[in-house]
Design a protein around this ligand. Structure first.
Ligand code: NAI
Length: 299
């Protein structure tokens, strides 16, 4: 059965280029009315342009419906205004893809506090701002789909990206809690960790790989994760047509008592503490305390 978005209104942040543009085009092609948000700056977040308007024109030329929004995701009032305009035009908002992003790479030793804060502001606070602006609408409608954009740099670390990595794992924490709070309102929240040839990664990929990692090869996961039958609370890797699932896990652990309840005891039991044989994928933070409880009973 084909996945359609007729009668759905979608907001895609940072959709003036790269991955966001493809998400917006594909959502519109499958029937969604799309708010194309982008302030149109350069890769480091400086300057501005009418990138969003250009994508809106592409969507309209293909027979779709779209509105441009040139606001920064860091502007709370502008995010509220964006949602209000979408509701006025189309009566609701059903899908939000938090995709806007910037890079200010440097080793932590050389990174300024301003560049750390700026990157966290755009990715993490920006995702919270845009989601917060939609949240009440999603709750009222008893329907919402949110996709956060993480990165392998956040999930696993990457040299020179302390600011970006912190922000990108931050959105995973945001997604996990919103999944729990939104479930009873029909809101599903997922995270994508893409790998794509865009201006963000142009120095990383040789020319041939750039084509193999086209954004079109990530978009199918993004669209599935905001569709009617989307799962929730998932972290999905996507690049070059390969789709992966990432998990945050917990080992059952070891109970240390008496003399073993000491740094030396932790050191002595390190291999048992980190033994992954019976590890679980916790459904919420409470699982850690429950697992500790189970461990105490078991000894
Ligand atoms: P891109 O630079 O082409 O797209 C990011 C877009 O966000 C740009 O159009 C930019 O103008 C917009 N933007 C930046 N700051 C904004 C703000 N404050 N408000 C509104 N829009 C803003 O890069 P790409 O690769 O398409 O990135 C999309 C998302 O995917 C980003 O969140 C990025 O961190 C993430 N990502 C990309 C990877 C890749 O391999 N390309 C890897 C992992 C994550």
């Amino acid at each position: 059965m084909s996945i359609r978005f007729d009668d759905r209104v979608a907001i895609v942040t940072g959709a003036g280029g790269g991955l966001g543009r493809h998400y917006a085009l594909e959502l519109a092609r499958r029937g969604a009315r799309v708010v194309v948000n982008d302030l149109g700056g350069d890769r480091s977040g400086q300057g501005g342009s009418d990138a969003a308007q250009a994508v809106v024109e592409e969507i309209r030329a293909a027979g779709g419906e779209a509105i441009a929004n040139g606001a920064s995701v860091t502007d709370v009032a502008a995010m509220e205004e964006m949602v209000a305009r979408a509701r006025e035009a189309w009566g609701g908002v059903h899908i939000l893809i938090n995709n806007a992003g910037v890079l200010r790479d440097r080793t932590f030793a050389k990174m300024t506090p301003e560049d750390f804060a700026f990157v966290v502001d755009v990715h993490l606070i920006g995702s919270a701002n845009a989601t917060k602006a939609c949240w009440e609408t999603f709750r009222e409608q008893h329907y919402g789909r949110v996709l956060m954009t993480a990165s392998s740099s956040g999930l696993f670390g990457n040299f020179g990206q302390a600011n970006y990595g912190a922000a990108k794992l931050g959105v995973v924490g945001l997604a996990r809690t919103l999944h729990l709070e939104g479930a009873r309102y029909g809101i599903r929240v997922n995270t994508i960790a893409p790998v794509a040839g865009t201006r963000m990664t142009e120095e990383l990929f040789p020319a041939e790989a750039f084509a193999a990692f086209a954004p079109e090869k990530v978009a199918p996961a993004a669209l599935f994760l905001v569709s009617e039958d989307a799962p929730s609370n998932q972290i999905v890797g996507a690049g070059a047509g390969v789709f992966q699932a990432s998990q945050i896990t917990l080992t059952p652990g070891v109970l240390l008592e008496g003399e073993a309840l000491s740094p030396e005891g932790v050191a002595a039991h390190w291999s048992a503490i980190t033994d992954r044989t019976e590890e679980i994928v916790p459904e919420s933070g409470a699982a850690q305390a429950m697992l500790i409880g189970a461990r105490l009973t078991r000894g």
